[in-house]
Design a protein around this ligand. Structure first.
Ligand SMILES: Cc1ncc(COP(=O)(O)O)c(C=O)c1O
Length: 304
């Protein structure tokens, strides 16, 4: 992956190769950082950041859940994101803000520790590349983290150890990606870095907020676009066996956008190609993020 030329680091731009931390940094050792994944797209008005306000809110909510002091305000954070994109001169890509305990030491106790915020922007083409036939997924034997153990609503670095375990397991077994069940072992939670939707008899269904999921901004976007398109939407528990009998399924996420799932545990969904509702939402999503849909221009913040 090509990398940022400049990283915004606690209020200053530093060259990527100079944006360094110690090997004993708390958040590197213990996964105590919080982060966001934000996309910006080329539009008629220049590069524009998609749903910046919502990503900013989630970043500060993640900090709040962990009682992590962040030295900048949400407004300064938004300004820093836009400046980082502009400074790097990239037209389309991915932004990675990272809030972390910068203190050096051995103990895990965070009392009295100081924090930093760093923001990088990189050119980016998407998470899964060109899977014309869709992803072949495996339901993981690892369950999604239970919110009574780690709050799923916070986008915290440590949560992703669970994602890494499940994803690697599926890939080692020859699948493209994994789907994690909730901690009850019966209902579906999400993908390792994406939310999941299924389609049954023309109804779009996604697990509810209570199912130990990250509240995806793309998930919200898709629900709202489906409503615009008069596609009925249900937020309800999905049993594992329903994954096999659904007509269509797809992942949503900032990185994944709308990614087709072709099969789950070797059961082919529909005829194994992209279904009509997935196709419609995928193309609507692409229109919206590229500023080609007038109704949702307010979701885009143009980089000056
Ligand atoms: C675990 C998890 N679920 C869902 C999502 C999708 O969230 P969003 O659409 O806000 O990118 C992500 C990606 O950030 C994720 O890491």
């Amino acid at each position: 992956m090509a990398i940022s030329s400049y990283v915004w680091f606690d209020g200053k731009f530093v060259k990527f190769e100079d944006a360094k931390v110690s090997i004993l940094t708390h958040s590197l050792q213990y996964g105590s950082g919080i982060f966001e994944g934000i996309r910006f797209y080329e539009t008629y008005n220049g590069p524009a950041v998609f749903r910046l306000k919502e990503h900013t809110k989630r970043f500060f909510n993640s900090a709040k859940i962990y009682a992590m002091p962040i030295k900048i305000t949400p407004k300064q954070f938004e300004g820093a994101i836009l400046e980082t994109v502009s400074k790097n001169g990239i037209k389309e890509g991915y932004i990675r803000p990272f809030g972390f305990y910068n203190s050096i030491g051995i103990g895990f106790n965070v009392r009295g520790l100081t924090t930093s915020v760093a923001i990088a922007a990189v050119p980016y083409k998407g998470l899964y590349g060109e899977h014309v036939k869709g992803l072949r997924c495996k339901v993981s034997s690892w369950q999604r983290i239970n919110s009574a153990i780690l709050p799923a609503e916070a986008k915290a670095s440590g949560n992703y150890i669970n994602s890494i375990l499940a994803s690697k397991d599926a890939q080692d077994s020859g699948y493209d990606e994994t789907i994690l069940l909730s901690n009850n072992g019966k209902t579906v939670a999400e993908g390792p870095g994406d939310n999941i939707f299924v389609v049954q008899d023309g109804v779009l269904i996604t697990p509810p907020k209570s199912s130990d999921i990250l509240l995806g901004i793309t998930r919200d976007t898709i629900i709202r676009l489906a409503e615009d398109l008069k596609i009925p939407v249900q937020e309800r528990d999905i049993r594992r066996e329903e994954l096999y009998t659904s007509d269509e399924a797809f992942f949503t996420g900032t990185a994944a956008e709308v990614e087709v799932i072709a099969s789950i545990d070797s059961r082919i969904l529909g005829d194994g190609s992209i279904g009509p509702i997935t196709r419609l939402l995928k193309s609507k999503y692409s229109e919206v993020v590229h500023g080609r849909d007038k109704k949702h221009l307010s979701w885009l913040t143009v980089v000056r």
